[in-house]
Design a protein around this ligand. Structure first.
Ligand code: AR6
Length: 181
């Protein structure tokens, strides 16, 4: 019963994360936290230079960890910056990627964040295959939501139609397995 309810708090969207009106968006950053390309570049451009100024005070971030800033000129109140693993094909990739989701969600709960949006962390420049990464993302978030009631909505927002379709198929499979229990 409660697990079905947890699944109802997960939503998939296709589009640009910088446009979302949620409490927090998650940035797929690098260890410096000083900006870059991909979704990181888009978030810094949309948030304005105040975000970079605030990031400079954070002292970087280790892979798998997460740090919080304000949203500056974004609609989102907060940005949670996390650093995904560079895909290596080794077993530790999965653990580090799951840690990105877990540490971001834990920070969100600690700041009273009720709605949060994730991009496909590590699936661009860092080369993580989208089918593997989406399974880790969805199962980690789903398991977290089963134990935590304070987050009302988790959005996975995918830039491309192909990535969106992959997430949709994985979500169907996982919620189908759930319904069968
Ligand atoms: N909204 C949503 N998703 C987006 C957006 C957007 N505006 N722009 C890109 N994506 P990447 P990574 C998707 O490369 O693999 C940066 O330079 C994109 O299609 O942004 O974790 C950092 O500074 C892809 O599916 O992040 C790091 O150095 C996903 O976001 C490095 O890249 C993640 O792609 C991090 O690499």
């Amino acid at each position: 019963m409660m697990d079905v309810e947890a699944m109802d708090r997960i939503r998939l969207m296709q589009g640009d994360i910088t446009k979302l009106d949620v409490d927090a968006i998650v940035n797929a950053a690098n260890k410096s936290l000083l900006g870059g390309g991909g979704v990181d570049g888009a978030i810094h451009r949309a948030a304005g230079t105040g975000l970079l100024e605030e990031c400079k005070s954070l002292g970087g971030c280790f892979t798998g960890e997460a740090k919080l800033t304000r949203g500056h000129q974004l609609k989102a109140k907060y940005v949670i910056h996390t650093v995904g693993p560079v895909y290596s094909g080794k077993p530790q990739d999965a653990k580090l990627l799951a840690d990105c989701y877990l540490n971001s969600l834990t920070l969100a709960v600690n700041h009273g964040i009720q709605s949060i949006a994730f991009p496909a962390i590590s699936c661009g420049v860092y080369g993580y295959p989208i089918d593997k990464a989406s399974t880790i993302a969805i199962t980690t978030v789903f398991d977290f939501l089963k134990t935590s009631r304070s987050i009302q909505e988790v959005i996975f927002i995918l830039f491309s139609a192909l990535d969106f379709n992959t997430y949709q198929n994985v979500l169907k499979k996982i919620s189908g397995n759930q319904a069968a229990i």
